[in-house]
Write a protein that binds this ligand. Structure first.
Ligand code: NOJ
Length: 557
């Protein structure tokens, strides 16, 4: 492969003035499965507060909390019944406030999840709309329509729900309402000014409580194409339910609210947009600060694939001046230890086709370690999903009757769903649930399927163990903080063989990742800062990454 400088927007950032979110490592907490403080089997704020030391010690800069709001948990909390309060299963608003305060004291920023496309069917406004009946103004807050067919017995259009089945459900009075996800998640009508005003107020509510930012759920879905046309034969890009022009105006109004608060606060968009130019439009200066960049997560384990993704990402972000973000796993996707241990290492939403295929966990783990060093060396900010730091794998053999993800039921059992990456974390001890719940808990974990093998992967078991996954993350994160060349800023590819990624960052930093089947020489005139696996006779073995400090000075960055 040929070398070359990759242009980035912030070539000469002044460290002192760089906002935190341009370089931050953000840890995703899925509250239900992080730590159970009160022993009822569900993770909660008390558990999270008791484990904040782990996160501060890990060396991350911020936390992103998946939804903790009042919710019937039809979709793990992405069905919100009250945007201004905490679900009793997770705790209270006072505890949330205390958590934010304590996190700040430890130097951790807090980003909360905002779910603006839909709410829960239990949201009082949806309940009021149901009661009010056809034609009532309360129904204007959602997408209610008459059905098609002689007796209105068919859905108003042909849109599919992302969770399987039609995107419409019928109410007792015969009308239909739109839900792009589960029927328990009615879509808000963003053409309605009351909806817009409500979300501005919700933003303020959490900003007043001290949060440092928001992760925005399905960012591009809020505005639907006028008239809700059928998708079949629809020739405009994209689908009529997403990436409509009108959505940008909403985010401009949100940005104004955020900017009216002191300090650095940021939005991160959940955006599965594949067209880099369309993606970058959300990151224009007066819109959102960052967006999850999923192409790395989707990419197979291949030097050419990764390199193409990195180049395309940086090229798309540069014109709008936004930093890239890097993600390997989250609560919706198969854990990457498992992905990288399969013959097909890419990710797509056709989970059903891949479920249960043979997995080499040793290989997957080895690659996951290398991927961590790659990701943390790239320009921009990075995300760590809870358990990534422990090297957890996807739990695939969950008994069907324990599966809770709505995608499982809605797909008629075709899609095994996302429960396998949401299994409660192992913290310590010899017995399940490995410290997830306190001793003498009153209930088993809500998803009681931790593998036995996680005994060796618990935080306590890995702490201080030389070469453990957790210690690798700790060292990498510690180094990342001290090395001025990492985080936001430029990178330059160095010449390498096709199966090797080799790039430099400012201040003498160099990262080499060997994705090929043969060992590759480690560049001379450099000292090893950290390696994801042991070097053999000074060479970098397959599926291994190394961080180096170069001894000679470069002037090309
Ligand atoms: C994306 C979230 O990450 C996912 O968990 C959820 O099911 C959908 N959005 C719907 O809110």
């Amino acid at each position: 492969m040929h070398g070359g400088r990759v242009p980035t927007s912030e070539d000469a950032q002044d460290q002192a003035t760089t906002p935190w979110w341009r370089s931050a490592v953000i840890y995703q907490v899925y509250p239900r499965s992080f730590a159970d403080g009160n022993g009822d089997g569900t993770g909660d704020i008390a558990g999270l507060r008791s484990r904040l030391g782990h996160l501060a010690g890990l060396g991350v800069d911020a936390l992103w909390l998946s939804p903790w709001y009042v919710s019937p948990l039809a979709d793990g909390g992405y069905d919100v019944a009250d945007y201004r309060d905490i679900d009793p299963a997770f705790g209270t608003l006072d505890e949330a406030e205390a958590l934010i305060r304590e996190a700040h004291t430890l130097g951790l920023r807090v980003v909360v999840d905002l779910v603006p496309n839909h709410c829960s069917e239990q949201h009082p406004w949806f309940q009021a709309a149901l009661t009010a009946g056809p034609g009532a103004p309360e129904r204007e807050l959602f997408h209610f329509r008459a059905g098609r067919g002689e007796n209105g017995e068919q859905p108003p259009n042909d849109w599919p729900s992302h969770f399987g089945g039609p995107a419409w459900s019928r109410t007792a009075d015969g009308s239909w309402y739109l839900h792009m996800f589960a029927p328990e998640q009615p879509d808000w009508n963003w053409e309605n000014p009351e909806v817009r005003a409500e979300f501005l107020s919700v933003l303020r509510f959490w900003l007043d409580l001290g949060v440092d930012g928001f992760r925005i759920d399905v960012t591009d879905h809020l505005v639907k194409e006028d008239g809700l046309p059928d998708a079949a034969g629809h020739h405009h890009r994209p689908h009529p339910w997403r990436d409509q022009e009108g959505v940008h105006e909403i985010y401009r109004s949100w940005r104004k609210v955020l900017d009216s608060y002191p300090g650095d606060r940021a939005f991160v968009a959940e955006l599965w947009e594949q067209d880099p130019q369309r993606f970058a439009r959300y990151l224009r200066q007066d819109e959102l600060h960052t967006a999850f960049n999923f192409p790395l997560l989707r990419s197979p384990w291949s030097a050419a694939g990764f390199r193409a993704v990195i180049d395309a990402t940086l090229a798309a972000h540069a014109p709008v001046g936004a930093p890239a973000t890097w993600v390997l796993s989250n609560h919706d996707t198969t854990r990457h230890v498992t992905r990288y241990g399969r013959a097909d290492t890419s990710y797509d939403f056709d989970r059903a086709a891949r479920h249960g295929l043979p997995v080499d966990l040793v290989l997957g783990t080895r690659r996951a370690r290398a991927a961590a060093l790659l990701m943390l060396a790239l320009p921009g900010s990075a995300y760590v999903y809870q358990g990534d730091e422990l090297g957890l794998w996807e739990v695939e053999d969950i008994p069907d009757h324990l599966r809770q993800d709505p995608t499982w039921l809605r797909s008629g059992g075709v899609d095994r769903g996302r429960d396998g990456c949401r299994v409660p974390l192992p913290w310590e001890g010899e017995e399940q649930p490995f410290g997830f719940s306190p001793e003498r808990a009153s209930a088993a974990p809500w998803l009681d399927v931790q593998p036995d093998g996680w005994r060796e992967l618990s935080v306590a078991a890995q702490t201080g163990a030389p070469g453990s996954h957790l210690e690798l993350y700790r060292r990498a994160l510690r180094l990342r903080r001290t090395l001025p060349g990492l985080g936001d800023g430029p990178m330059r590819w160095q010449d390498s063989t096709p199966e090797v990624l080799d790039f430099t960052r400012p201040d003498g930093f160099r990262c080499v990742v060997n994705l090929g089947p043969e060992p590759t020489p480690v560049p001379a005139e450099a000292t090893v800062l950290l390696a994801s696996g042991e070097l053999v006779d000074g060479a970098l073995p397959p599926d291994t990454a190394v961080w180096l400090r170069e001894l000679r000075e470069r002037r090309d960055l």
